[in-house]
Write a protein that binds this ligand. Structure first.
Ligand code: SF4
Length: 350
């Protein structure tokens, strides 16, 4: 089936045979609450014969999204508590998020900012708000890194991106500009010369953090889009979310992390899913997550190991939550477990 435009309605999902007519009314209720967008690249990857397809699970609405649990919250990682001016989140001393836009090329069904993104979300910063955000960055000399996120900043035109980067280029204490994006995977054709040029600012180092969750997302087109970014001198890291029914399997995660490294993307964060509304069907327990991540140890190269993290609800920042291989075992003594489960004393007794 040749899909040429991003799918945004339940009707169009049905026409594309991505949902059947049966539960349409309930899906319309989901769509009224949380935006839908499935790009042609992602729609084309979905195996319609597989009811458990991990790509479909990420992008096709599900009536389970109507189920809210008591621990879920609209702002699960506490952005609001750290937002001194519109569009800025200043949670850690040396870096800020700059959320210039709350639009995405796809809407992930597990999104942690699902109450803020989409056509009914927080929109795009207007010129005055953007200027106030730059003023904030200018007046805080401790800000070393600006992280453009949202939303997906790569939905902006190269001209708009260039304007933002030119402003940042003029702020001496900002050294690193980082973009968080799904575009190289979900719209790889957008990564062209003009867009790549717009991501770079004189005197700054650009990082792009690619969000992908399943190895099938790393198509030849996605890999070459990332290759164009890396060839242009942009450093790439990955971020993924550990999701039930998508990648909650050490074999799948190993293939994903190897795919990143083959594509010259350093695996960075594997997020425990946040407490976003209507996402309990994606969440596993932390101990299940720890067991899966422990399954990567020794199985794949150190280059391929992501850091398993939790964003502590309430805005308290990230914590590394993988199982520790080391435990105190007396004065100056430790017991250390190897990747096969063997336990060793450190320092050795003889
Ligand atoms: S691309 Fe990011 S911000 Fe946008 S819907 Fe997906 S997870 Fe949310």
């Amino acid at each position: 089936m040749n899909i040429v435009r991003t799918i945004r309605t339940v009707d169009d999902l049905e026409k594309a045979r991505l949902v059947d007519g049966g539960g349409k009314a309930a899906l319309e209720a989901v769509a009224a609450r949380y935006a839908i967008a499935v790009t042609p690249a992602m729609a084309g990857l979905i195996n319609r014969a597989d009811p458990l397809d991990p790509i479909a699970r990420q992008f096709i609405p599900d009536i389970a999204e109507l189920v809210a649990t008591p621990e879920e919250r609209a702002d699960p990682i506490g952005d609001q508590a750290h937002s001194p001016v519109e569009g800025i989140v200043h949670r850690y001393p040396d870096r800020v998020l700059l959320k210039a836009v709350h639009i995405c090329p796809v809407y992930c069904r597990f999104c942690f900012r699902r109450e803020m993104v989409g056509p009914q979300g927080l929109g795009t910063l207007d010129a005055d708000a953007l200027e106030a955000a730059f003023d904030y960055i200018r007046s805080h000399s401790e800000i070393w890194e600006v992280i453009l996120t949202g939303g997906d900043p790569l939905v902006l035109s190269p001209r708009r991106l260039q304007e933002i980067l030119e402003e940042l280029a003029g702020i001496e204490h900002v050294k690193i500009v980082r973009f968080h994006t799904r575009v190289p995977v979900v719209e790889p054709q957008k990564i062209d010369e003009a867009l790549i040029a717009a991501l770079k600012a004189s005197g700054k180092t650009t990082y792009v953090a690619l969000h992908a969750n399943h190895p099938r997302e790393l198509t030849p087109e996605a890999r070459s889009a990332c290759g164009r970014l890396v060839d242009a001198g942009i450093v790439m890291v990955s971020q993924s979310v550990l999701l039930k029914g998508v990648n909650d399997d050490p074999d799948v995660l190993a293939e994903l992390m190897r795919g990143f490294v083959e594509t010259r993307i350093k695996p960075y964060y594997l997020h425990h899913p946040d407490l976003a509304p209507g996402t309990s069907h994606f969440r596993l327990t932390i101990s299940e997550g720890q067991a899966i991540v422990a399954g990567l140890r020794g199985r794949i190269s150190g280059l391929c190991q992501p850091t398993y993290i939790l964003d502590i609800p309430g805005g308290h920042g990230k914590a590394v939550i993988g199982e520790s291989a080391i435990q105190a075992a007396g004065e100056g003594c430790y017991s250390v477990s190897d990747y096969q489960g063997g336990v060793h004393r450190y320092p050795p007794s003889e």
